[in-house]
Ligand binder design. Structure first.
Ligand code: ADP
Ligand code: ZN
Ligand code: ZN
Length: 755
């Protein structure tokens, strides 16, 4: 009998929601494993595809079948489980498999280059360079600084060493090389397998700077619940107030996982914002592993990313820490997945492949038979409901660890109070008191820039963005006034006079962090102020130096946006002031109150984390708002259970499953036209699929954004399966719709934001 013919089913990067069949490449027996990359001709170009599976038959006519050009990998890049995860994500989020797989590859592998770590450049001073006197380059201060830095290391410096100290140094380095003062060579990072079971010594504080605390009984219970089930799928919701020692729980579980010769994957919202977390992991394990932690963050070069990715895949990195996209990283021996701050919105990708890293992590745990730990002081309502339904096991840490106590939270009713630059006198007085007693103060305001609107006092003109239904924010850039739209990024100098009536009475309305900082500098001239928001932390290292100035006490007032709410530990902060929560109480988005509550609790958690007792003051015009009252009187748990009751009554997630079809176009009629057409196509399918509600189409809450008109159609069902039974055939139809080519459309499964 002739051997059965084999076809290769490939994931080819393409906007089409399907895989593509090819014949095996000439000279290959077709036996390459799924998970290997394959180069193929595709349309008029070539593409790097990934082999998904061997098929015994194909719907493609034989004269149209092409042979693959070449196989790029000897060993598969993705395990069968990870491939299954990628396929699942493609189906669940209705995103093309080719793009989903591509998204999981580092850029260098997407280009078809070999899956091996390229050396890293290493710069060092030449003999000549060592003799250069710093005085002789005083006219080139950047060169002088770089020379000085290089002189500190005999072995030379890697890009990331230099990045940590100096920005934009590459051009400067090139001129030093030209002068013959610096030489560069390529170092291949040493690789050795470090995943060995090691039972020779106990872990307790071996060589680490921080002593390992003895776990309290709640922590111990949480650790045990997970460690007795290593190697088995299970989801654990670790619900612990800030400072309750969740990170210690993670670390202890990781010790056990590593002792089994397995790896730990830690997902965090934003690495740049949590340098403390990464260093804590490194310190705990550095005595035992040469490179205990590999960190994947947006600042890596393509080569660094590939090298980190390969270390994870080969099992050379015991601990991998990354943001949401790391949920797809291959691991030689996965042992546990931990998602810290699981409620955080950044785990959901909001464009393109709109996956939730939290939900993908849970699916991955199921496919790879791992425990998945979701940690938060303010768990999402989705996860709490899953715990209620016993799909997730709830682990609670109710008390702060060590000596710290819960902060006292109170409301300042600002109605009819005199306010200056957003500050009530009650808050200012409290600040003086805490500062006098040696404490530090943290003020939270989720609005950057100087003021959210510029207004003409004579005619009422306001600074609207021409491209969006939004106001432009006034801010200062090196002393000059400018306007910027936070939705589309447009920016321009602020008008010196009103464009409508030429009046010069233009006034900033409302308060942003810049204005708050300025006002505070007048109120508290002797106290240093650190402002932490996207604008002050853009430069590399800026965040760290601001944090340092708070930790060394040279800055005692912190002003910032939600960047401050994440994971930081400020032991000397005794007062937290929340400037304005009123927006969160009346938003059109049904999730707004949940987010507000999470933010309040997270920000409040920054106070009194050490021995000093903390106080939290919240300014609001609505001190009697029922959900706010429950939150403050009874805590987040009671708030969440009230909010869940409301969601159930209102038939909203997590009791209903949603998908949002969005469309936008410059031509304002097209989006609604397309969505009406889409609705017509969905109706016959939904009639067969059971109960899926089609709501809309309606204009998006922010109808105009970046010059495009936007609209949306909402699909809702009490059954996830029925929703998906509709989505798959429907999107196939939408893909070939002519009208669909005239708009930009996208589908968002489990949308988190409705605008
Ligand atoms: P979380 O991650 O929940 O915010 P952490 O793990 O960062 O909490 O712990 C908060 C602080 O309490 C840290 O300084 C940590 O070292 C300390 N800590 C944690 N567990 C204990 C414990 N069992 N005994 C004493 N201190 C502890
Ligand atoms: Zn005017
Ligand atoms: Zn705009």
């Amino acid at each position: 009998m002739p051997p059965a013919k084999i076809y290769w089913r490939l994931a080819v990067p393409s906007p089409l929601r399907r895989s593509f069949d090819y014949l095996p490449s000439a000279g290959s027996d077709g036996g390459s494993s799924p998970g290997c990359r394959v180069r193929v001709s595709f349309g008029r170009t070539t593409a790097v595809a990934v082999l998904l599976e061997h098929a015994e038959s194909t719907p493609v006519a034989s004269h149209r079948l092409k042979s693959a050009q070449e196989v790029l990998d000897k060993e598969p890049l993705f395990s069968p489980e990870l491939l299954a995860l990628l396929k699942w994500a493609s189906t669940y989020y209705q995103y093309p498999i080719g793009e989903v797989v591509n998204n999981a590859l580092p850029a260098i592998l997407r280009q078809g280059k070999p899956a091996e770590a390229k050396g890293e450049s290493c710069w060092r001073l030449t003999v000549e360079g060592r003799e250069v006197k710093p005085e002789s380059v005083t006219r080139a201060p950047k060169q002088a600084a770089l020379l000085q830095l290089l002189a500190t290391s005999e072995d030379g410096l890697l890009a990331r060493d230099i990045d940590a100290v100096q920005s934009n140094w590459r051009a400067v380095m090139r001129s030093l090389q030209k002068k013959g003062w610096v030489s560069v060579e390529t170092q291949v990072p040493k690789s050795k397998s470090v995943l060995k079971t090691d039972t020779s010594e106990s872990f307790e504080g071996v060589g680490s700077k921080i002593a390992t605390p003895v776990l309290n009984s709640d922590q111990q219970k949480a650790v045990e619940a997970v460690t007795v089930k290593l190697g088995v799928f299970g989801v654990y919701l670790l619900d612990g107030v800030t400072g309750s020692g969740k990170t210690e729980v993670y670390l202890t579980i990781i010790e056990e996982v590593l002792a089994r010769g397995e790896q730990a994957l830690i997902l965090v919202p934003e690495i740049g914002l949590t340098p403390q977390l990464v260093s804590r992991f490194k310190e705990r394990f550095q005595a035992r592993y040469e490179t205990p932690v590999v960190v994947l963050h947006s600042g890596l070069s393509d080569n660094e990313r590939l090298s980190a990715w390969l270390k994870a895949k080969e099992g050379e990195a015991p601990i991998v820490i990354g943001t949401r996209s790391a949920v797809f990283i291959p691991l030689a021996k996965p042992g546990v997945i931990i998602l810290d701050e699981e409620h955080d919105l950044s785990f959901k990708q909001q464009e393109g492949f709109r996956y939730s890293a939290r939900d993908v992590a849970v699916k991955r745990g199921q496919l790879e038979q791992l425990p998945v730990i979701l940690g938060s002081a303010t768990p999402s309502l989705e996860s709490l409901e899953n715990a209620r339904q016993k799909r997730y096991q709830l682990l609670v840490l109710p008390e702060r660890a060590g000596a710290a106590s819960h902060p006292e939270i109170a409301v300042i009713d600002v109605r009819k109070q005199p306010m200056a630059d957003g500050l009530s006198s009650a808050l200012v007085n409290a600040m003086s008191r805490h500062l006098k007693n040696g404490g530090q103060v943290l003020l939270f305001l989720n609005r950057r820039g100087f003021a959210p609107v510029l207004l003409c006092h004579d005619c009422g003109w306001v600074s609207k963005c021409k491209r969006c239904d939004a106001h432009m924010t006034l801010f200062f850039d090196r002393g000059s006034k400018r306007l910027r739209c936070h939705h589309c990024g447009s920016e321009r100098p602020a008008d010196p006079e009103c464009p409508d009536c030429s009046s010069t009475e233009l006034r900033p309305v409302g308060t942003g962090t810049e204005r708050l900082e300025e006002a505070l500098a007048l109120q508290f001239p002797d106290v240093g102020i650190a402002r932490i928001d996207r604008d002050t932390t853009r430069r590399k290292g800026a965040m760290q130096s601001l944090l340092d100035s708070v930790h060394d006490g040279s800055k005692r007032i912190l002003v910032g946006t939600q960047m401050l709410a994440k994971g930081h530990h400020f032991p000397d902060v005794t007062l937290v002031g929340i400037i304005d929560i009123d927006q969160g109480l009346f938003s059109a988005d049904f999730r707004a109150t949940e987010r507000m509550a999470q933010l309040i609790v997270q920000v409040a958690g920054r106070a009194g984390r050490a021995e000093k007792a903390g106080q939290v003051l919240i300014q609001t015009h609505y001190p009697d708002h029922p959900l706010l009252k429950v939150l403050l009187d009874e805590g987040y748990g009671s708030f969440a259970s009230k909010a869940l009751d409301e969601r159930r009554l209102a038939e909203l997630p997590p009791y209903q499953y949603m998908a949002l079809l969005r469309a936008e176009a410059v031509n304002g009629d097209l989006p609604l036209q397309f969505l009406r057409h889409a609705r017509e196509m969905a109706e016959p399918i939904s009639a067969g699929a059971g109960n899926v509600l089609l709501l809309g189409p309606i204009p998006a809450p922010m109808e105009k954004r970046a010059g495009r008109i936007r609209a949306q159609l909402l699909l809702q069902s009490s059954s996830r399966a029925e929703l998906h039974n509709l989505l798959t055939p429907w999107l196939q139809q939408l893909e070939s719709s002519k009208l669909g080519r005239k708009v930009r459309w996208s589908i968002d499964v489990d949308p988190q934001e409705m605008f």
